[in-house]
Design a protein around this ligand. Structure first.
Ligand SMILES: Cc1ncc(COP(=O)(O)O)c(C=O)c1O
Length: 436
């Protein structure tokens, strides 16, 4: 057999192996309904095997393809693949401190506005870059940054806004963009939880100077570990790439040399003339690259993404309708006006007069096999790791604290069947009825 025939046989065997997996029936109350999960199939396995047979291991043909196809799906000029959404946030924020930006670069002591409620690694890069987070409160209606408070929080050294579209529900982009433009501030959209959400018919992740994405299995599509930074700005693209790839100045992809033809012909700083460009560093960088295996999984997921988004929206509508009997004790989610969220999860907040606590209901749900999650770090300023870190809090964080005490979310990811969703809402409705 030649190599092509061997590959066909390997793939055929893998397909048989995949199809032979047991598909246990759903038993309400017994089978756990996870809050999040991945939907992967034979297409992912085929490309992963392709990447294995290449034995390339690091970023290669699948990474090139994934970066190109993801950017095109999103509608942005550049997408840079990295090893997580947290790394994407680190890269995006750190890129704004690059000396290549001249006067536009953020310098230690500059401020970045961010909501206090959310995922920690939306905030930690601000601190890691020696900048000062300015924590503002969220709105109860959409659990997102409140643009009015954002405007009031501006100080003389406030130069950027970094905020997520909470659980897929877009923040008020028009108002936030207007504030950012009026002060010539940078905007980073943490789009890790909002892949496929629309604002005015346009995808979120295309509005900020930079946007970040996570492809961890809980997210809208997966590459295992993985993330990306997207931008339209060629300079920001170059900076993010450099920071991701050890801080190097050279742009050659891994495994290729001297693509500019001037590798031994340039002068940099105090280095000897002609010093190998491969070893010239423009930034204090990291190595946050991913592998071709992850990219291969991503290439197989991308054609399924629109279907995943549609299913999330459908599941959201089913839960919203089905949970209406619980409205007297639970606040149910609302899409931000002018948007079509591609929901990450279904957020629920326990009303003050509900007669039970968030802890009561989440404990009950877990005991009935329904997975629950909190709104990530709650009020991140109260997290142990943030104690003693420099910050400014210009106003009360009332709604942030309310979410920390009252909000949780349940799953609506595409792997959940109608039966599973119905079980989740039956259990919630039963609990609220008995407590009322
Ligand atoms: C809003 C937000 N940003 C960033 C991240 C980090 O992504 P990752 O887990 O890929 O590091 C998450 C993770 O769920 C998130 O929800």
């Amino acid at each position: 057999m030649n190599r092509e025939e061997l590959e066909k046989e390997i793939l055929a065997l893998a397909e048989r192996h995949f199809e032979s997996a047991e598909k246990p029936a759903f038993v309400p109350g017994k089978t756990y309904v996870p809050a999040s999960g991945k939907v992967v199939g034979i297409e992912e396995l085929r490309l992963l095997i392709g990447a294995s047979l290449d034995l390339w291991l690091t970023a290669g043909r699948f990474t090139d393809r994934f970066e190109r196809e993801f950017a095109s799906w999103l509608g942005r000029k550049h997408a840079l693949f990295c090893n997580s959404g947290s790394s994407a946030n680190l890269l995006a924020l750190t890129s704004l401190t690059s000396p290549l930006l001249g006067d536009r670069a953020l310098v230690p002591g500059d401020e970045v506005i961010t909501p206090a409620c959310g995922f920690p690694t939306t905030v930690t890069p601000i601190l890691q870059a020696g900048l000062i987070p300015v924590y503002v409160d969220i709105k109860r209606s959409n659990l997102n940054v409140d643009p009015e408070l954002l405007e009031k929080a501006l100080g003389p050294r406030t130069r950027a806004i970094m905020t997520a579209h909470t659980l897929g529900n877009p923040f008020e982009l028009d108002a936030v963009l207007e504030i950012a433009k009026s002060r010539d501030m940078w905007l980073i959209e943490d789009n890790c939880d909002a892949l496929g959400s629309l604002h005015g018919g346009k995808k979120t992740g295309t509005f900020g100077h930079l946007a970040t994405f996570s492809f961890y299995p809980a997210h809208h599509m997966t590459t295992g570990e993985g993330g990306a930074v997207a931008t339209d700005d060629p300079l920001l693209k170059r900076i993010v790439e450099s920071l991701r790839d050890w801080g190097r100045d050279c742009h050659c992809p891994p495994g290729r040399d001297n693509t500019c033809g001037k590798r031994f012909d340039m002068s940099f700083g105090e280095l000897p003339r002609g010093y190998d460009h491969k070893y010239v560093y423009a930034h204090l960088g990291y190595n946050l690259k991913s592998t071709d295996f992850s990219a291969a999984a991503g290439c197989a997921q991308l054609p399924k993404l629109d279907g995943f988004v549609a299913r999330r929206k459908k599941n959201f509508r089913r839960l919203l309708e089905g949970l209406s009997p619980s409205k007297s004790c639970l606040d149910l989610p609302e899409a931000t006006p002018g948007t079509e969220p591609s929901w990450f999860g279904f957020p629920v907040s326990v009303k003050e007069n509900a007669g039970f606590s968030r802890r009561d209901i989440t404990t009950w749900l877990e005991s009935k096999g329904v997975g629950t999650r909190l709104l990530f770090g709650g009020n991140v300023t109260k997290q142990p790791a943030f104690a003693g870190t420099k910050h400014r809090i210009p106003g009360a964080l009332t709604n942030t604290d309310w979410a920390m005490y009252s909000t949780f979310w349940i799953g609506l990811w595409p792997g959940l069947t109608d039966e599973m969703l119905d079980h989740s809402m039956d259990v919630i409705n039963e609990f609220s009825k008995n407590k009322n």
